[in-house]
Design a protein around this ligand. Structure first.
Ligand SMILES: [Zn+2]
Length: 172
């Protein structure tokens, strides 16, 4: 299924009243706090947001965020890819004091009139990223036995014969 970018400027409480589910993707351009943290994306982030109301008339958002991040391994300082799936049950609140009244199992989501789903997805990812990410394997010792795998650039394949070398041949 093809899904579009996550919408911005949404009335979350209105969506919760209607029981809507929204799916979408986010590119790194829509996630500036990840950029600031030095985190890149291997592929687009995919988010699903299920909006509902509970018996206490709270406005709930159940999130499911899938990401494949590129980070720097804190042991060998090489690039590493970290697949991540995270989810939360959030309740829309207007204020910190309202947040304190939430039961356990519900995280407060401070929203004014409108909210940006990209920001929510970004927050979920930042909370799930380990403080000091490292490769699973013992990468320092592995690197001694393997040469770094350098991917050849697309189109870097040498031409069979450049027009200049043909000219050279004609001249001689
Ligand atoms: Zn490493």
């Amino acid at each position: 299924m093809k899904i579009g970018p996550l919408p911005k400027d949404l009335d979350l409480r209105g969506l919760a009243s209607r029981g809507v589910t929204i799916q979408g993707t986010a590119s790194i351009e829509a996630l500036p706090r990840l950029c600031e943290a030095g985190i890149g994306l291997e592929q687009l982030v995919v988010g699903e947001f299920r909006f509902s109301r509970d018996e206490e008339a709270r406005y709930l958002v159940e999130t499911s965020v899938k990401a494949s991040l590129t980070l720097v391994c804190q042991r060998c300082l090489e690039k590493m890819v970290l697949p991540l799936t995270t989810g939360s049950r959030l309740a829309c609140v207007w204020s910190d004091s309202e947040a304190e009244t939430l039961p356990s199992g519900l995280e407060p989501l401070l929203v004014e009139e409108l909210a940006d789903l990209n920001e929510i997805a970004e927050e979920e990812i930042l909370l799930a990223v380990p403080v000091s990410p490292t490769h699973h394997e013992d990468c320092i010792t592995e690197r001694r036995s393997y040469a770094p795998d350098e991917e050849p650039l697309l189109g870097a394949e040498p031409d069979k014969e450049s027009p200049f070398s043909v000219l050279e041949k004609l001249r001689t």
